[in-house]
Design a protein around this ligand. Structure first.
Ligand code: DON
Length: 579
């Protein structure tokens, strides 16, 4: 029996959505109706309530967590187009029933015609508009290859079964909620050059309203081709023809050969331990796993739980760990197929204590001046979802187009948005990207290379069983969000809903500022931190929202008795479902 608990953020549109899902045969009325849900046979937490319900329904049909994760992934390409995608890429961490943990990299790759200086203008300066808002901004998409490969290797249900809900949602439509309608209306302005984008994100030139039925016929047809032909339905045939035609029209670089040659990579997980728990996260080309393990290693000798969240001692420790880890990111991290990333060193406990040897409990250290960083002003979007079934299988997926709605280009006739992930490369050494992140040699543009990422889907286990499945969007803040999720649950004994909702802070070495949500640092702690020499403390107004970079940590806690508690982030719309 479903034990859904609605704690906060009741979404008035949800009953309409659930009604639609029921009429589509995708849900039953007793499924979760809110931000948190619990059960013991399956749970999903994601940024799209409809997609969470899709995932739970797939498990009800006998699917495992991988079947459900793939169904959620395709559904989110329909129900959450700013970040859910088939035109982008992501990472997947899978905990199998036997305790094995696998990490799958379906990050986009630079097309063969890409080159190091492709985003420099004639003065040698980075042309950020081209790096973000042009056909050249797109890497070769990896999401479809990733989802299909995971399904073939570890799913139980057919491709047709897991893709059916996404196809129905695209073909028959679903009513837009306020969140989606307002997002479309905001982004439409930046899509004026792309009629296929305007055709989707405006209602015949007019703004969309909450409650309008949103039908995506071209996307439904693309999904049908994938359902029928597998990866050839995307990387070959009509879909590939449409994508390459748009590239040729707009001067983009992706060719048929790039699409054909795209391969998923299964990689050795980034692995560490923290207070008797095992941490499994994404290795390069993500920087997340290495940094999370390194930061936890630095903090393990200190009793954060005794200090308490938001206190000066805790924040000082966290910020000093973040400062050092993000400095390592800029120097050492890139695609391991092209650059020798010193993973063993970065995740070694002795290295962490060496790195932390100059930590002064009374005084802030100073970030070295390696070039000015800047905070992003763009609307940012990535999305994370967590799935757990009743048999010990857990899946943690973070997926993105990079910025919300990627480069804004919908492939005409194919109905999906393209990513602008090429900006995650270091276009010029010492020049910060849109997240203010620095990089150099390790992350320079090279043909066929994957751009460095911060996406950090993570699973925490104890004695071979999953305990916490977590991850987040938020560009450079992703790593610190996951870091704080782990600390909140393991050190501060928060429930998963409390841990997800708890205000967060972020420091990334450069720029040397501590940005925090109200409540993440108490007022007395702020004064004390400033006395210790911390600079640039910035309290952000309000939580979440599209322009706020701290993301939705949609997470699931698994208890030894099999109970599953799923919590979607109260910062934004979205939902958890369980049974
Ligand atoms: O892979 C990365 O690190 C970035 N492309 C993620 C972008 C992101 O999280 C934006 N959103 N919230």
């Amino acid at each position: 029996m479903n034990q859904s608990v609605l704690r906060r953020g009741r979404n008035l549109v949800l009953p309409i959505l659930v009604g639609l899902l029921i009429s589509l045969g995708l849900a039953t009325p007793i499924l979760a109706d809110g931000k948190t849900a619990s059960g013991n046979q399956g749970a999903v937490s994601s940024r799209s309530a409809i997609s969470s319900e899709v995932g739970v329904d797939i498990m009800r049909q006998g699917g495992n967590a991988v079947d459900a994760a793939v169904a959620v992934g395709f559904a989110k390409a329909v129900t959450y187009p700013s970040a859910g995608n088939i035109g982008g890429g992501g990472f997947m961490v899978i905990h199998l029933e036997d305790g094995t943990v696998l990490t799958q990299d379906h990050r986009e790759k630079a097309p063969a015609a890409a080159h190091r200086d492709m985003f420099l203008d004639e003065d040698g300066e980075v042309d950020r508009t081209r790096a973000l808002f042009s056909a050249q901004a797109s890497g070769v998409p990896g999401s479809v290859a990733g989802m299909l490969d995971a399904l073939e290797r570890h799913g139980k249900l057919s491709r047709e079964t897991v893709m059916a809900p996404a196809i129905r949602l695209a073909e028959e439509g679903f009513p837009l909620n306020e969140d989606l309608a307002s997002g479309f209306n905001r982004v439409a302005e930046s899509m004026q050059d792309y009629p296929a984008s305007l055709a989707l994100f405006t209602n015949d030139g007019q703004p969309w309203q909450a409650g309008d039925l949103w039908v995506q016929t071209d996307l439904a047809n693309t999904l049908k081709r994938i359902s029928a032909d597998g990866r050839d339905g995307f990387y070959g045939g009509e879909t590939a023809d449409l994508l390459v035609a748009e590239m040729e029209r707009l001067g983009g670089l992706i060719t048929h050969q790039d699409l054909q040659e795209y391969e998923v990579a299964w990689r050795e997980p980034a692995r560490g331990s923290y207070r008797g728990y095992q941490i499994w996260s994404m290795p390069p080309p993500s920087s997340g796993g290495a940094l999370i393990v390194q930061m936890l290693n630095m903090l393990e000798p200190y009793d954060l739980g005794a200090f308490g969240p938001g206190r000066a001692e805790t924040v000082h420790l966290m910020v000093e760990a973040q400062r050092r880890a993000y400095a390592d990111r800029a120097e050492h991290l890139g695609d391991p197929d092209f650059y020798d990333v010193p993973m063993e060193m970065l995740m070694d406990k002795d290295y962490a204590s060496y790195r932390f040897r100059d930590f002064n409990p009374q005084k802030a250290s100073r970030s070295e001046d390696v070039g000015a960083g800047m905070w992003p002003e763009e609307t940012l979007e990535t999305t994370h979802y967590s799935v757990v079934d009743g048999n010990g299988m857990a899946v943690s997926v973070t997926t993105t187009l990079n910025l919300g709605y990627g480069n804004r280009i919908v492939v005409p006739g194919a109905g999906f948005l393209l990513n602008n992930e090429m900006d995650d490369f270091s276009a010029k050494p010492g020049e910060p990207n849109v997240y203010g992140l620095l990089g150099g040699e390790a992350n320079k543009i090279e043909p066929g290379k994957r751009m460095l990422s911060s996406m950090s889907p993570t699973i925490v286990t104890r004695d071979g069983s999953p305990v916490l499945v977590t991850g987040s969007p938020g560009g450079s803040t992703i790593i610190n969000t996951v870091f704080q999720m782990i600390i909140n649950v393991l050190d501060h004994d928060m429930t998963v809903a409390e841990a997800v909702a708890h205000p967060r802070l972020h420091h990334q070495w450069q720029p040397n500022v501590i940005r925090y949500e109200a409540g993440a640092i108490t007022d007395p702690a702020r004064s004390k931190l400033e006395e210790m020499g911390h600079v640039g403390l910035m309290e952000s107004e309000g939580l979440g929202g599209d322009s706020f970079t701290i993301g939705d940590a949609n997470s699931i806690r698994i208890f030894p008795d099999g109970r599953l508690e799923a919590a979607s982030d109260p910062r934004n719309a979205g939902g958890a479902a369980a049974f």
